[in-house]
Design a protein around this ligand. Structure first.
Ligand code: IPM
Ligand code: MG
Length: 371
């Protein structure tokens, strides 16, 4: 198969982790006889520095002309502490989500038994945890009217949702739940917010069409607690934009590291794949960031292309690295491997250079010759 992939490296560790993803995709292409064609485009702080805007129109055109987008990260400390900045790197990711109408952000929370020691939750509460968050991505408070009064002493962020915006992601979440454990939890704040009451009403109506799926409703404050207290109870979580942003970072602690988690953003046109971690400025250029969030996002991209075996091959390779403690600094601050070494090991595994049964000691020997 031939596929066109837009590469938006962005800022911070974005380029480093994306580079490893591209290597892994190339190893997959080689093994399975595919051809992936990449086009790089600017986004975020890098785009601001070069063009004055976080999302040049050329970037949107390149994405629209591609089968999928692989996104790194955006953000730069020089904007974080300047509340008066008119252009911000984050406008890049928010803008591309809107331009491609990526209304559903799918964030799987996978738990790896070998990383259980990094999880702050009691092991007995962690068995069988497997959650997928469906976060609405192009509506709500993120995209509502924003205003600061002339005297600068009051500000407004408006949160609004339409029935149609809720319906389209709700159907996707129900369809997904049907292929899993048939459970869907709507996370909202219907005891306070009008928008949440609309979400609840629409989800209740749509639930009639998916009778095999058990639906429950949970206020976001309680959900934040339940995710930590009893994560096993969740299968698919459906929620609006900002609640999804917050609880997905929270849920990431279940897997052991934010650096591991991938996501897919889908809409009507080209889909976009990105790790859920951000630009991680402190690690930039040090070759220490965890590339697995990006690499597992590439696996989700292959799923989206219908390349199931190829996607599984990446996941198998990732499991192999974790089981053998070939991990980055976020996972083992003492005995860690570099970002690029993890990419290399994964490629070697995928291309069959490393037999799956090989022991860590042999790699250690090999490591001294390849690094
Ligand atoms: C995320 C990020 C973004 C968001 C930022 C970078 C704008 O936190 O993808 O979760 O808030 O959506
Ligand atoms: Mg976030």
């Amino acid at each position: 198969m031939k596929k066109k992939i837009a590469i938006l490296n962005g800022d911070g560790v974005g380029p480093e982790v994306t580079k490893q993803s591209v290597r892994v995709l190339n190893a997959i292409a080689e093994r399975f006889g595919h051809s992936f064609h990449y086009t790089e485009a600017l986004i975020g702080a890098e785009a601001i520095d070069k063009t004055g805007t976080a999302l040049p129109s050329e970037t949107i055109d390149i994405c629209l002309d591609s089968d999928a987008v692989l996104f790194g990260a955006v953000g730069h400390p020089k904007y974080d502490n300047d509340p008066n900045a008119k252009v911000r790197p984050e406008q890049g990711i928010l803008g591309i989500r809107k331009a491609l109408q990526l209304f559903a952000n799918i964030r799987p929370i996978t738990v790896y038994p070998t990383l259980q020691h990094l999880c702050p939750i009691k092991p007995k509460n962690m068995e069988g945890v497997d959650i997928v968050i469906f976060r609405e991505l192009t509506g709500g408070i993120y995209f509502g009217k924003k205003e600061t009064s002339a005297d600068g002493n009051s500000a407004i962020d408006e949160c609004s949702y339409t029935r149609e915006e809720i319906e389209r992601i709700t159907h996707k979440a129900f369809q997904y739940a049907k292929q899993r454990r048939n459970k869907l939890t709507l996370v909202d704040k219907a005891n306070v917010l009008e928008t949440s009451r609309l979400w609840r009403k629409v989800v209740q109506e749509i639930a009639q069409q998916y009778t095999g799926v058990a639906v429950n409703y949970m206020f976001v404050d309680n959900a934040a607690m339940q995710i930590i207290l009893n994560p096993k109870q969740f299968d698919v979580i459906l929620t609006e934009n900002m609640f999804g942003d917050i609880i997905s970072d929270e849920a990431s602690v279940l897997s052991g590291s934010l650096g591991l988690l991938p996501s897919a953003s889908v809409g009507n046109k080209t889909a976009l794949f990105e790790p859920i971690h951000g630009s991680y400025p402190q690690a930039t250029g040090k070759d220490i960031a965890n590339p697995l969030g990006s690499i597992l996002s590439s696996a989700m991209m292959l799923d989206y292309f219908g390349m199931k075996e190829e996607a599984e091959t990446i996941r198998e390779a990732v499991n192999w690295t974790l089981e053998n403690s070939f991990v980055t600094k976020d996972i083992d601050p003492v005995n860690f491997y570099f970002t690029s070494t993890i990419g290399e090991l994964l490629c070697d595994y995928i291309s069959g250079k490393i037999p799956g049964s090989i022991k860590k000691e042999n790699i250690e020997l090999r490591k001294s010759t390849i690094i």
